[in-house]
Design a protein around this ligand. Sequence first.
Ligand code: FSX
Ligand code: SF4
Ligand code: F3S
Length: 360
Amino acid sequence: MADTVNKTLDPQLNRRGFLKGCTMAAAALGLSETMVPKLVEAASSAQRPPVVWLHFQECTGCTETLLRASNPDLANLLLDIISLDYHETVMAAAGHQAEQLLHDTIQKYEGKFLLVVEGGIPLADDGIYCKIAGKTAKDILAEVAPKSAAVIAIGACAAFGGIQAAAPNPTGAVGVRDLVSDKPVINIPGCPFNPVALLGTVLHYLTFNRLPALDSLGRPLFAYGRRIHDHCERRPHFDEGRFVEQFGDEYHKQGYCLYKVGCKGPETFNNCPAARFNDVGVWPVSVGHGCVGCSEPNFWDTMTPFYDRLPNVKIPGTGIVEDADSVGRKILGVTAAAVGIHAAVGVGKRLVKGKSGHEE
Ligand code: FSX
Ligand code: SF4
Ligand code: F3S
């Protein structure tokens, strides 16, 4: 299966990308460069962990972000270090053959395979809203998860229910952790997730023989331990009170902070500013769009409207919660004393202009 996928990828990239991918994963894991050889050794082991990848309620964007990434080294590396034995989107088998393959894989590798789940699981009306081969998603999960070694819930849908769980959640969609309690479940949310987080998790598992440390929402701390806002390249603009007031305005063109046009970075934990996406190294905020909070639980409900500003935000180091204009004005005082009144007046004008267009 993994070989079938790999045949479509360039073997040159495969070799060249191996070290690069391990180095990237080491950086994402917060390991020093001296650990790279250990990761390479674990990744080169002949003992590739079998992986069963199930699809439930979702858009398949998570699989797309992995396999169609413009950085094929990542997909190659991941497919080199695991044995992807069952994946409905890309495998050649279909129908009864596919069913047999799933059955055989979970018997053969009982207690040893990693189960990756992509998509939410609907519970309403006994789960009839997602059926594969006549079986409901909840029944398939109940059959496969207890036989796995651990479960990786990939993407916002498998982690927290995702878009189909948004109010009024007509199908009663939930995430894997709501149903699986007898196996370790690691959440790698995001809509879609970042492949670097999956690669880091798998390499950590292979190198140290255990899953990485998790936060209270089951997310690996190495990837979700910091707020977007705390390592965003636009943060100096936030701190100085320089905000985009409207998409396309002169402040937007100058790369100012996107807080007032809805950025949810201050309430979102993820490593997008560091891990970035694809080989061109971009992430939503770097291309001018606010973070929509896609790695947080129920973000379709809690982070919407996406283009309205968060009502308040914590001021670093103080624990005080204030609105963005107060932050700007406070800093304005400091700025006025430090660099003179002219620059400060400029910031003040911008903050006054901000009264139009968006909720203050
Ligand atoms: Fe959900 Fe992933 Fe969003 Fe889509 O499958 S996390 S809808 S990008 O693809 O599960
Ligand atoms: Fe970056 Fe958004 Fe925070 Fe502004 S509000 S600094 S754009 S994360
Ligand atoms: Fe998602 Fe925000 Fe990163 S929208 S991709 S967590 S910048």
